[in-house]
Design a protein. Structure first.
Length: 307
């Protein structure tokens, strides 16, 4: 455990109760602490819907890091699993992207928003663990993924009510600001592994793509043409109007409409694309204004291979 202790300075907040070793150079990108909150800790893979979960209440501490030079997700998670087991945690779930349930798992569990946390739909690993303490149940959910040039790690920890609160995380260098629509699409896909496709207009409740031209789709087609190994998932999103199930179906139809245009008008092979829908589960703006709702009605390209 000496080797683990030497690394705890990188994350003293977690060290208050756990030994979670992070690679040298780990940079904190997000931190959220909520008292009296709940977290649905996944306990099994997703099968056609959100994963089974145990809802735990207490102090919820969610943090994300960017890991420069880190290896694949399994390599990121392996030492963390060993540290949790050494501290008496029971491992509930340890799965890779496909065995976790892929898209259904990713959008059925809590994930800090980009750019703080990046998740490649085809290249992530999730681990959940829990242990009983004198104060109650303590649990951790870990999610690791990769972008083109870095690893990404999220840790959500549940501390029982009445336990000592986590210490604040150390200050980190500033991270890159969230991209805006003026940024180059190819650069965003290379840097972040995902990008919203600007200029695609969808009326409320409709899946018909507005009239072109659509420069973003031409740019995406060019990016795909540059490397035949590249694949993307087109993920539709809606505003927060109506029930979740019909919104998921609507958002998937919007993604399918974009897929059809890419295939028909830009010559992209359909087997390099897939359409998914997240409904209103991942907003990027508030829903209280027409402008916010319009921003949430969007389709994003998410790199699944070759990026």
């Amino acid at each position: 455990m000496r080797a683990l202790a030497a690394l705890l300075a990188l994350c003293p907040a977690m060290a208050a109760a756990l030994d979670l070793p992070l690679p040298a150079g780990a940079r904190l990108t997000a931190e959220r602490v909520e008292d009296g909150a709940s977290y649905a800790l996944p306990t099994g893979p997703a099968r056609g819907g959100p994963p089974p979960a145990e809802t735990l209440t207490g102090t919820i501490t969610a943090r994300a890091w960017r890991l420069a030079g880190a290896g694949p997700p399994a390599q990121i998670v392996a030492p963390l699993r060993a540290a949790l087991e050494a501290e008496g945690f029971e491992i509930l779930l340890d799965c890779a992207a496909e065995t976790c349930g892929g898209y259904d798992f990713r959008y059925g569990t809590e994930v800090l928003p980009p750019p703080d946390m990046h998740v490649d739909l085809g290249r992530f690993r999730f681990l959940s663990a829990r242990r009983d303490t004198e104060d109650g149940t303590e649990a951790v959910g870990l999610l690791a993924s990769r972008s083109a040039d870095a690893g990404h790690l999220q840790a959500i920890r549940v501390t029982p009510a009445g336990a000592a609160p986590p210490a604040p995380a150390p200050a980190s260098p500033p991270v890159a600001p969230a991209p805006d629509e003026a940024d180059d699409l190819a650069a965003l896909l290379e840097r972040d592994g995902h990008a919203a496709l600007p200029g695609l207009a969808f009326a409320p409740g409709r899946s018909t793509l507005g009239p072109g031209p659509h420069p973003a789709l031409a740019a995406l087609a060019d990016w795909l043409a540059a490397d035949p190994e590249r694949r993307v998932a087109l993920v539709g999103h809606t505003d927060l109007t109506g029930a979740l199930k019909p919104n998921v179906a609507l958002s998937r139809r919007r993604a399918q409409a974009v897929l059809d245009v890419l295939a028909r008008d830009h010559g992209v092979a359909r087997d390099r694309l897939r359409a998914e829908g997240a409904g209103w589960l991942a907003p990027r703006a508030g829903n209280a204004t027409p402008e916010g709702r319009e921003a949430n009605r969007r389709v994003e390209a998410v790199v699944t291979a070759g990026g």
